[in-house]
Design a protein. Structure first.
Length: 420
């Protein structure tokens, strides 16, 4: 179906200007004010909603195959569409783990059958994500966004060296979950004030930044494309800032929850438990500064759905992970853009342009490009109700919070995949 999207607002030179958008055969054919209705086009009035290029999330968990009681490709990509995303990259902690082309194919089949947005899976770095033997990276490379053992840090330095060497040969990205198991000591929230006051075991910051320091040294030596997943500490920000200054080919991401909350916002509820944990206010401020100075390249949700039962056991015993695709833009718009902490243009770089440039997918909002776009009413607010989510997951620290920015439309390849 072809469309005329009437009465949209697009950003040009840091200000919104009115525009209509014509979509034919899945592509944007014109962006201009006062477009005439074209023959055969369905007209949709956007009522002055802001139109953005479809967002890119390079770190999600779709859980299929193997854990479809938590999420499926269908429900996860519907959640992505509802949050304004056109491209997502699911992590490989699945069953079977995509560590060979044959194991990857089970995931690709589910994507081909059920995805409503573009999906670019990661292959595993090591067999079964166990850290002992390299996965068949060469065999999977044509079908993957990169390689990750997300959920587990690669503990052995020599194994990471081998992985980076092979990734460089293949021209692919290593996307590292950095976590030193020897420093965890059974912790499950940040080793900070809240943990001390409430008798919880903490996860120290060095468990993250220590392994980042190791990997940055290796990446500088080998020259591979290296991406750091979900950074949460001030030390991580500074290490990456210094590595960029000396020419290491490194990018990184952080998540909305690390930018909005600190450990003193925690509640005795599994919806505040994720890995890495929400850290101190000082860490949060360092992350926000990293957004502004370009140290942090992109925002990814680490959307990680679990069943109700798995998230109902409190901070200590609940599974690690929260959902985030449906609230990411509105949470960041509400807490960073509206208060003047972050320009809207920078948020769009973090959610679209930078991940698109680094990973090679995602399209600008321009004539001739695929119609992968989203429209948000920035003057509308809503209260986060997880029972209304498209995802099967319900655990979010944003539950009950009033957020600004309501997704009215998401289009993927010229097809409407969300309209609300």
């Amino acid at each position: 179906m072809d469309y005329i999207l009437k009465n949209g607002m697009i950003l040009r030179d840091s200000r919104f200007v009115p525009a209509d958008i014509a979509v034919r055969s899945g592509h944007i054919v014109s962006i201009a004010q006062g477009l005439e209705n074209l023959t055969g086009c369905t007209v949709i009035d956007l009522h002055n909603a802001a139109v953005f290029p479809g967002f890119v999330d390079v770190h999600v968990h779709l859980r299929e195959p193997g854990f479809s009681y938590k999420e499926t490709v269908r429900t996860g990509t519907l959640a992505a569409a509802r949050g304004g995303y056109a491209h997502v990259c699911p992590m490989p902690n699945l069953d079977p783990v995509p560590d060979t082309p044959e194991h990857l194919q089970a995931q690709l089949d589910a994507i081909d059958r059920d995805a409503v947005v573009h999906v670019h899976p990661y292959g595993a770095i090591t067999r079964s994500q166990q850290g002992g033997t390299l996965a068949d990276m060469a065999g999977m490379a044509p079908h993957t966004a990169g390689f990750s053992d997300d959920g587990r840090g690669v503990q052995d330095r020599e194994m990471m060296r081998q992985a980076m060497t092979e990734a460089k040969r293949l021209g692919k990205i290593i996307a590292a979950h950095c976590e030193d198991n020897a420093l965890l000591h059974g912790g499950y929230i940040h080793d900070g004030q809240y943990a001390r006051e409430h008798g919880h075991r903490g996860i120290c910051s060095e468990s993250e930044w220590g392994q980042i320091a190791r990997d940055l040294e290796l990446a500088g030596e080998i020259g591979c494309k290296y991406h750091v997943c979900h950074i949460s500490t001030k030390e991580s920000v500074e290490l990456i800032r210094q590595a960029k200054a000396r020419g290491v080919d490194v990018t990184c991401e952080t998540g909305p929850h690390y930018l909005v909350f600190s450990d003193m916002d925690l509640q005795e509820d599994g919806r505040f438990k994720m890995n890495p944990p929400i850290r101190s206010a000082e860490d949060r401020e360092a992350l926000r500064r990293g957004l502004l100075d370009g140290t942090i390249d992109m925002i990814a949700t680490d959307h990680a759905p679990h069943s109700r039962e798995e998230k109902s056991r409190g901070l200590e015993k609940s599974a690690m992970g929260v959902v985030g695709l449906e609230t990411a833009f509105s949470a960041l718009y509400t807490h960073l853009v509206r208060p003047g902490r972050l320009p809207l243009e920078r948020l769009l770089d973090l959610m679209h342009s930078n991940p698109a440039r680094r990973f090679g997918f995602g399209t600008p909002l321009e004539a001739g490009q695929p119609a992968d776009l989203t429209a948000f009413d920035l003057d509308a607010s809503y209260t986060v109700d997880p029972e209304q989510f498209a995802t099967m997951g319900r655990a979010t620290p944003f539950a009950g919070m009033k957020l600004w920015g309501v997704c009215r439309l998401t289009m993927n390849g010229g097809k409407i995949v969300w309209e609300g």
